[in-house]
Design a protein around this ligand. Structure first.
Ligand code: NAD
Length: 371
């Protein structure tokens, strides 16, 4: 494989690009011929000229049919996949649990499709882990977004004009996004509390200077990959009861609770939102996979009758497109570099990272969960 094609993202909400010029240059040094769809990096601040100056060719969308390797941030359409070259390789966020028809289209086209969501959570694969790099930025931007719409400041201030109390943040779900949300809110001076069903998280929350909210849910835990196990309906009810008071006292709630490959748990009910103060803000970071908050809506801001703003931004990381693209691109470079030997991208389905991330090979779907 020699020719790499970087697509222009077709979703109007998407401002990221999968490969930035400095990584394009590094791949060119490895022997790749880099082709970038015109305008691909524009929204993230990377003009066509910046790619051309490192030796990339600026091409149009039709180039996809000639490329050995196609990379994008978001999944392509079935129609686009039908035009890909047989035997070529595609890498993006494919959302395979929800996109079975698309995965079948890859198999039918004889294209090797690799899904960033399926990269294993191992030490060696950390540098290719798009879920982590983007969640980290989403957690940061959730706090910034909430701060920008609040009518109050976050830190405590003692001034001759009076003492201002710090705002209270409550972070529900402390994975990659939640940890960054805690760190960002703390840096801005807020008082932060947090909760997660995985007991190992308590120490991490404390180490960031936040308070861990203790709720006894009985046996909880995590999978071998570190993902949360699903709670029973009784446990969810216990969780809601345990959180209601903290929610009522919070100025900002950021929910990040997700279950890998499944619908997100509905943790905050309309009653709990109704118990919050007017002017409070909730950011539901799980809104795309079903939502943690009753009443949240994908890509819409909802104001409840009691004056609580619920933000349902599905792609908070795209709000900082230059940084998000830089990190995404680094993950892409590391994936391709890992499998490039003597200037050639080598398919190796015995390799743990490729085996886990590749969902179609040799005209077949390789993971029965996506059939
Ligand atoms: P995620 O996005 O799947 O979920 C976010 C958080 O929500 C998790 O911490 C989860 O425990 C929590 N959650 C689920 N149900 C909940 C509920 N009912 N109430 C409260 N919280 C709930 O998680 P993630 O950010 O992808 O991280 C998952 C795990 O993977 C973590 O243990 C993380 O440390 C680990 N991880 C490992 C690597 C690596 O080793 N390469 C990389 C990234 C993440």
């Amino acid at each position: 494989m020699k020719t790499l094609f970087v697509t222009l993202e077709k979703d109007p909400r998407e401002a990221r690009v999968a490969l930035i010029p400095s990584d394009a240059q590094k791949l060119a040094k490895l022997g790749w011929e880099i082709n970038v769809e015109s305008g691909a990096g524009a929204k993230a601040g990377f003009a066509d000229d910046a790619y051309a100056s490192v030796g990339a060719k600026i091409v149009d969308a039709e180039f996809a049919s000639q490329a050995d390797f196609v990379v994008s941030v978001r999944k392509p359409t079935i129609e686009e996949v039908s035009k890909y070259k047989k035997g070529s390789f595609h890498l993006s966020l494919l959302d395979p649990f929800n996109e079975k028809a698309l995965i079948k289209a890859f198999a039918d086209a004889g294209v090797y499709a690799a899904s960033f969501e399926m990269i294993p959570r191992s030490t060696i694969a950390q540098k290719m882990d798009v879920l982590s790099s983007q969640s980290n930025l989403a957690g940061y931007n959730a706090v910034i977004k909430a701060a920008s719409v609040l009518n109050r400041i976050l830190p405590m201030m003692m001034t001759p004009a009076g003492t201002i109390s710090p705002l209270k943040f409550f972070i529900v779900g402390v994975g990659v996004a939640g940890l960054q949300a805690i760190a960002t809110a703390k840096r801005l001076g807020a008082r932060v509390e947090a909760f997660d069903t995985r007991p190992v998280v308590e120490e991490q929350v404390r180490s960031l200077g936040a308070k861990f909210v203790k709720i006894d849910l009985g046996e909880t835990g995590q999978t071998a990959q570190g993902y949360a196990k699903e709670l029973t309906p009784e446990q969810i009810e216990l969780q809601r009861k345990g959180m209601a008071k903290v929610c009522a006292q919070s100025d900002v709630i950021i929910t990040t609770a997700k279950l890998f490959g499944r619908k997100a748990p509905r943790i905050i009910t309309a009653d709990m939102v109704a118990g919050m103060k007017a002017g409070s803000v909730i950011v539901d970071m799980a809104v795309e996979s079903g939502g943690n908050v009753e009443g949240s809506c994908p890509d819409k801001n909802v104001v409840t009758p009691n004056g609580v703003l619920i933000i349902g931004d599905t792609c908070l990381e795209a709000g900082v497109p230059a940084t998000a693209s830089q990190m995404f691109s680094s993950n892409v470079f590391n994936y391709i570099n890992h499998f490039t030997v003597d200037g050639e991208f080598k398919l190796n389905l015995e390799d743990a990272i490729m085996k886990s991330s590749v969902v179609t090979a040799d005209g077949k779907i390789t993971d029965e969960r996506f059939m």
